[in-house]
Write a protein that binds this ligand. Structure first.
Ligand SMILES: [Zn+2]
Length: 275
């Protein structure tokens, strides 16, 4: 599943290719991907609108429209968003195509079909999408040692699990929780209520740093993005911990180990991240 750095990469690629363009027509091949409103209303309301820009909240992508509406998308497991020339070969599992006023097409492809679209009217609340429940962004200045301790230090759950809780910090998933905990030298299964002050401090420093580093490392040209069908950015050779089970730690050379925390696999260095 794309996490904050990947979703932000998509925003940076797609925004300049859609802003200022209007939607000439839409064809929805699979209405299941439209959560709100119904597919017919979605189609008729979006046609004629002009994209003014994009933003991101956690792992949600938001297209802003000239009439104050917002087109919201969550890619979930395998969603891919492309802007293509009109004659670009259609990928299998293409569920939505919007014809843009510059002749290009905005296409949504999703092999596993878990991704979801919402079209929120001008005054529609974020409760419709669940975005209202999202916690703060990793780069929010409010993310401090005090914030983390206030939210988490009484919890008995593993710190890895709590980093995945979108209602506390938005945008972190399995990949970047592993990266953050490795960078901060914290054992993934350590219960929040026994983390030391030094560990909270390292966590508050590493959360924004790791996310910023990964977002930069994810940078890709629009040409490479399209050539990789919007998936290329998920080849993340820069990662230092996630998926590194059995490989040596860059810091100390100790092989990474793997364990399950809260139902999710977690890679950690037994030396840098002592139990
Ligand atoms: Zn290590």
């Amino acid at each position: 599943m794309p996490e904050l750095p990947e979703v932000e990469t998509i925003r940076r690629i797609i925004e300049p290719q859609t802003a200022g363009r209007s939607v000439v027509s839409i064809s929805i091949h699979n209405p299941k991907i439209i959560t709100f409103p119904d597919a017919d209303t979605f189609e008729s309301s979006l046609a004629g609108c002009t994209f003014t820009g994009m933003s991101r909240k956690g792992k949600f992508l938001i297209f802003h429209l000239d009439n104050g509406s917002r087109l919201v998308l969550h890619l979930r497991m395998t969603g891919q968003l492309l802007v293509t020339p009109p004659d670009y070969p259609e990928e299998k599992h293409t569920h939505l195509i919007a014809e843009l006023s510059d002749g290009k097409q905005l296409r949504y492809i999703d092999v596993r079909r878990f991704g979801r679209f919402w079209l929120l009217g001008k005054d529609e609340a974020d409760t419709v999408t669940g975005m209202d429940k999202l916690g703060i962004e990793p780069d929010d200045e409010a993310l401090t040692v005090d914030f983390l301790k206030e939210k988490l230090s009484k919890r008995r759950k593993a710190i890895k699990e709590m980093l995945l809780d979108q209602t506390i910090i938005a945008g972190i998933g399995n990949i970047y929780s592993d990266e953050i905990l490795h960078a901060a030298g914290i054992y993934p299964e350590k219960p929040c209520n026994i983390l030391t002050n030094a560990e909270w401090k390292r966590l508050a420093e590493q959360i924004p740093q790791v996310i910023a580093w990964a977002t930069e490392a994810n940078e890709i040209t629009p040409e490479d993005y399209l050539a990789g069908k919007g998936k290329e950015y998920r080849n993340t050779p820069f990662l230092r911990a996630y998926g590194h089970s059995g490989k040596p730690c860059e810091v100390c050379g100790t092989p990474f180990e793997k364990m399950i925390v809260g139902g999710r696999s977690s890679c950690y260095c037994p030396k840098c991240q002592k139990k």
